[in-house]
Design a protein. Structure first.
Length: 99
């Protein structure tokens, strides 16, 4: 499983790798399944990843946002004690059995 938002450092490669052997660089991106830092003159310049890794990252971000929004909504909603919920359910079941 990919954990590139964790503590793991990015793989760093010089920009010349793209110019010198794009096919090998593309293969490396797909095999690494994580972002690769491209440096230019020894300085960080770009971060590159495979399309599949990018899509997976976007999906994780969407899910994270949905979970954060759901948590926020739950915190803002009035709550009902569990005992009251189960009591109400029991009453509904008893009423259905009677009918």
């Amino acid at each position: 499983m990919n954990h590139f938002f964790g503590h793991k450092a990015l793989i760093a490669k010089p920009s010349s790798i793209i110019r010198s052997d794009y096919n090998a660089f593309s293969l490396m991106c797909h095999e690494a399944d994580e972002p690769i830092l491209i440096t230019r003159n020894g300085e960080s310049d770009l971060v590159v990843m495979s399309h599949e890794s990018y899509n997976a990252m976007i999906e994780r971000m969407k899910i994270t946002i949905e979970l954060i929004e759901a948590d926020r909504d739950l915190g803002a909603a009035p709550s009902t004690p569990a005992s009251q919920v189960f009591s109400g359910l029991r009453e509904m079941i008893v009423e259905q059995v009677r009918n």
